[in-house]
Design a binder for this molecule. Sequence first.
Ligand code: SR1
Ligand code: MG
Length: 428
Amino acid sequence: MEFEALSSAELSTYLRSVPSLYALLNEPDELDISEVGDGNLNFVYFATNTRTPERSVVVKQAPPFLRLVGKTWPLTRHRMEREVAALRRFGALCPQHVPRVYHADSELFLMVMQRLSSHRILRQGLMDGIVYPRLADHMSTWLAHTLFFGSDLYLAPDVKKQAVSAAINTELCKITEDLVFTYPFEDHPSNVYSAAFPSAEIERLWRSPELRVEVGEMKWSFMNDAETLLHGDLHTGSIMVNQDETYVIDPEFAFYGPMGFDVGALIANLLLAYFSRDWHDTRNPQRPATPADVLPYRDWLLAQVSSIWNVFAERFVALWREHESRRKSHFIGDDHAGLCAEAFRARFMQRLFEQSLGFAGCKMIRRIVGMAKVADITSIDDDALRAAVEVRALRCAERLLLERHRMTSIDDVLAVAREMQATGPVCA
Ligand code: SR1
Ligand code: MG
């Protein structure tokens, strides 16, 4: 049967027919339903009791196609099951950073979840130049906990292998394999270039064997390194914030993959915000004034990159040490265990750092060359300035991919970003 999105009346009747939701919504006579989804994949609604508007929930439903494109790009609806499972798992690990799932329906491929009414999408907040003082702390915790507790560093080997199998997400992984690691690096019809984007830049990308090899390595890692349960799409549109709280939403791309993929996605999106910053500063004079004693916003963005990596690494290693006795030095188990375990950890963290930078590079390139862009950049309506921002970001991404094996500190990344920012035209 042909899929039809639920009408407001149908959704309202449905929500009122589920006893737990009926109670949660304060026994509504009437629900106000509004479709608010601006994502690429699904339909999202707010459902609010008109009598007591503070009683409101989010409803998310997966249609049997990619919303961004429509019925010509069919998708099964099982992504909703992956998303619900990931929200529950991440919610158990980090309840303070994950919206609660109130109800899931595996026939309608729909879920009902907590409405975060005093929070906004981080990407929008960053474009408006808002400082979120707890963002780095919260995201470091989220990353450390989700990446550590899903891995063989914590789980028993049989439990972990079961978890890998339960989280297989073939269709959405294929989207990433194509859109992040393949199409941007070839002359693919789905690529989209902004009006003044220089063709020499894209040709350099396609014709650099060194770069293509690095991207090949990242794709291989993405497809084969089933290290932990990832969010799988951790850009700044998947994070909701206010001054006190941070929530990670939308894990429909969740699967067992390489840890650096989530870390890299977040770094990539903060760097895209950094490179587009000057434009938003000039367009947004009404934004709250930055107090004189704090960093200019562009530097604040880089400080978030730095802090997220450093604090994440510290917390991840602390969790590992704390749980090692429980695992009986699972990886290094002889008399020299202590020393060797520390050496192994140091090597592991350097590898994770390099891997994160490689993924960050791929994620930045796909947002400039590929079909799904980011508002930080698409909102720049001066073609020449937009192209200048894109070129800086692209060159920074290439350097992350090519130089990551020589980088040992996040300061090396910030230095490359600053160097790239200092090149080319500036916003008047
Ligand atoms: C075709 S779907 C485009 C993108 O939207 C999601 O947010 C993922 O990043 C995906 O690659
Ligand atoms: Mg999403």
